[in-house]
Design a protein around this ligand. Structure first.
Ligand code: HAM
Length: 452
C-alpha cells in the first residue's frame, strides 16, 4: 500500500467522491479488507486487553487518578503545537483531513495533548493541584507497520498536572514498574533528563557542531535531522550512528542546576522504592513537549528486538500547558502501550485471567422448552446468577458438552414435559444425578445450591 499524497501542509488529500471507492467491480463484490496496520480485536485477545487496561485503571485509581475521556479527533493545530511540528509523529504520521466545514482535523496520535487541552478548557487550573487524570483508548499513527507497531494502537495513560516536584516523576515511574509487576512482567526503566528548553538549546548547539564535523558519515535522513531536529539524531537507528553517538556530547553534562537537582532527586526516590532503572544519556523521545525527566519502560527479554521495544514511556512537560494557551503549569505523565503489554503476556502464555465461567447452564429440549428457556434465562439474570445457554442447539448431549466447557456445576433442563408439568430438572454436572423441582422455586433452589 502506498503512502497517501500529502500537500505541502502535511495534510492527506481529501478524496473527491468517497462513494466512488465503493463502486461495484465487474467481477462482483470483492471482500473489503482491513486497512494495513489495523486489526480487529477478537476474544480471547480482547480478554487480555481488558485485563491489562483494568490492572492499570486499578493502580491509577489507587494512586488518586480519575478517568477522563477526550475525543479521538481534534483540531490538527493541537498536535502541531503540542507534540511538535518537526516530530515524525506530526510530520509523517498524522491522519489528517479537512472536514466539509473546512477545518483541519486529525486522529489523535497520543493522549497527552488532548488531556492538557481538556485541563485548560475546563478550568482545571483553578482546582486543587495537582490534577491527576488517566485515560484509555485507541491512538493513530501512520507509521510503517511492523511487529508491535500498528497504525491504530491502544494506550492507557496517566497525566499529573500542576506540580513540579520530582516526587511526581518518581511516583509515575513507580506506577509503570508496579503495573508491569502486577502483570507478571519483569521490567526495566530507562531514564534521562533533557533539561529545560534553555539548557537544551545550549546542548543542541554543542551537538550540532559535533555532528557537523561528521556530516559526511551521516545518512540522508540524519542529515535532515541535523538541520531540523538535531536531538533526534540520538534516536537514529542508522548502524553507523552508534559509533558516532558514543563520542557525542551528553545532555546530562549540559543540564542547568535546577534540572540537575531535579534529576538527582528523581533517581534518589527510585532508589528508595527499589525500582530498577538504567541511565540512558541518548534518550530524547519522539515528542517535543518534554522537559527534564524522560523515561521508557522495557520488558526483560532474551529476544534483542523485544528487549528494545518500549512497553510504555513518559516524562515531564512543564511547558505544555502554556504552549496550548494556559498559564504556566507543570505536568508529567506516562502512557502504556497496551498492544505490547498484551503481546508480552501472550509470549509468556499467561492464560487470559478471566475465561468466561458460568454458575449454571440452561439446557432446553423441543420448541416448548426452548420458548420457556428464554424467560427462565432472564429470571436468573435478574437474580444475579450467571447462566450459560446454547438456545440454538437441539441436542442435549451437545448442550451438556458446552455446559462442561463453561464450567457449570449445575444444568437446568427444560423440555416439553417440564413445561406442561410446571417443573424443571436440575442436573449435578459432576455427579451426573438429577432432581425435579417446582419451576416456581427454581431460582430459589439454585440460589441455595450456589450458596448465594
Ligand atoms: P510514546 O512513547 O509515543 O509516548 O508512546 C507510549 C507507548 O505507546 C510506547 O512506549 C509504546 O508502547 C506504545 N506505542 C507507541 N506507538 C505505537 C505503535 N505504533 N504501535 C503500538 N504501540 C505503540 C506518548 O504517546 C506520550 N503521550 C506518553 C506520555 C504521557 N508522556 C507524558 N504523558
Amino acid at each position: 500500500m502506498s503512502i497517501p499524497k500529502k500537500d505541502p501542509k502535511g495534510e492527506v488529500k481529501k478524496p473527491v467522491d468517497p462513494t466512488a471507492a465503493a463502486a461495484p467491480s465487474k467481477k462482483g463484490a470483492q471482500p473489503v479488507a482491513l486497512l494495513r496496520g489495523m486489526r480487529d480485536l477478537l476474544t480471547p485477545d480482547l480478554v487480555y486487553f481488558r485485563h491489562v487496561q483494568a490492572v492499570i485503571a486499578k493502580i491509577a485509581g489507587a494512586y488518586g487518578f480519575s478517568e477522563v475521556e477526550t475525543p479521538q479527533v481534534e483540531e490538527t493545530a493541537l498536535f502541531v503545537r503540542g507534540v511538535g511540528k518537526a516530530t515524525d509523529i506530526v510530520e509523517k504520521e498524522l491522519y489528517t483531513w479537512e472536514t466539509p466545514g473546512g477545518e483541519s482535523v486529525s486522529l489523535r496520535p497520543e493522549g497527552t495533548a488532548s488531556v492538557v487541552r481538556a485541563y485548560i478548557q475546563h478550568g482545571m487550573l483553578n482546582m486543587p493541584q495537582p490534577v491527576k487524570l488517566w485515560y484509555t483508548g485507541p491512538m493513530f499513527r501512520y507509521d510503517r507497520p511492523q511487529a508491535g507497531r500498528f497504525r491504530q494502537f491502544y494506550q492507557t495513560g496517566l497525566e499529573c498536572l500542576g506540580d513540579a516536584d520530582p516526587i511526581v516523576d518518581a511516583q509515575l515511574i513507580l506506577i509503570a514498574h508496579l503495573v508491569a509487576k502486577e502483570l507478571g512482567i519483569e521490567s526495566i526503566v530507562k531514564i534521562n533528563s533533557i533539561g529545560t528548553p534553555d539548557s537544551r538549546t545550549n546542548y543542541k548547539n554543542a551537538l550540532v557542531s559535533y555532528f557537523r564535523a561528521k556530516r559526511s558519515k551521516l545518512s540522508e535522513e540524519d542529515k535532515k535531522r541535523l538541520l531540523k531536529n538535531p536531538l533526534r539524531l540520538l534516536d537514529s537507528k542508522d548502524p553507523g550512528m552508534q559509533e558516532l553517538k558514543a563520542e557525542a556530547p551528553q545532555m546530562v553534562d549540559w543540564l542547568d542546576e535546577d534540572s540537575r537537582v531535579h534529576f538527582t532527586r528523581v533517581l534518589e526516590y527510585l532508589d528508595e522504592v527499589g525500582v530498577p532503572y538504567e541511565l540512558d544519556p541518548y534518550m530524547v523521545r519522539g515528542l517535543d513537549y518534554y522537559t527534564k525527566t524522560v523515561f521508557e519502560l522495557f520488558a526483560a527479554s532474551d529476544d534483542p528486538e523485544l528487549a528494545q521495544t518500549a512497553i510504555g514511556g513518559g516524562g515531564r512537560y512543564d511547558g505544555l500547558v502554556e504552549m496550548l494557551g494556559g498559564r504556566p503549569t507543570a505536568g508529567a505523565g506516562l502512557a502504556f502501550g497496551i498492544d505490547r503489554l498484551v503481546s508480552r503476556l501472550k509470549d509468556r502464555q499467561a492464560l487470559p485471567p478471566h475465561v468466561e465461567q458460568v454458575d449454571i447452564f440452561l439446557a432446553q429440549l423441543g420448541e416448548m422448552g426452548r420458548k420457556r428457556a428464554l424467560a427462565i434465562f432472564e429470571e436468573f439474570r435478574q437474580a444475579g446468577i450467571k447462566v450459560g445457554e446454547a438456545l440454538t442447539k437441539a441436542s442435549i448431549k451437545g448442550q451438556m458438552e458446552i455446559a462442561n466447557k463453561m464450567g457449570a456445576k449445575w444444568a437446568i433442563v427444560i423440555g416439553q414435559k417440564e413445561v406442561l408439568d410446571g417443573t424443571a430438572i436440575i442436573r449435578d454436572m459432576d455427579a451426573g444425578t438429577q432432581e425435579i423441582v417446582d419451576a416456581k422455586k427454581l431460582v430459589h433452589e439454585i440460589r441455595k445450591k450456589l450458596g448465594k
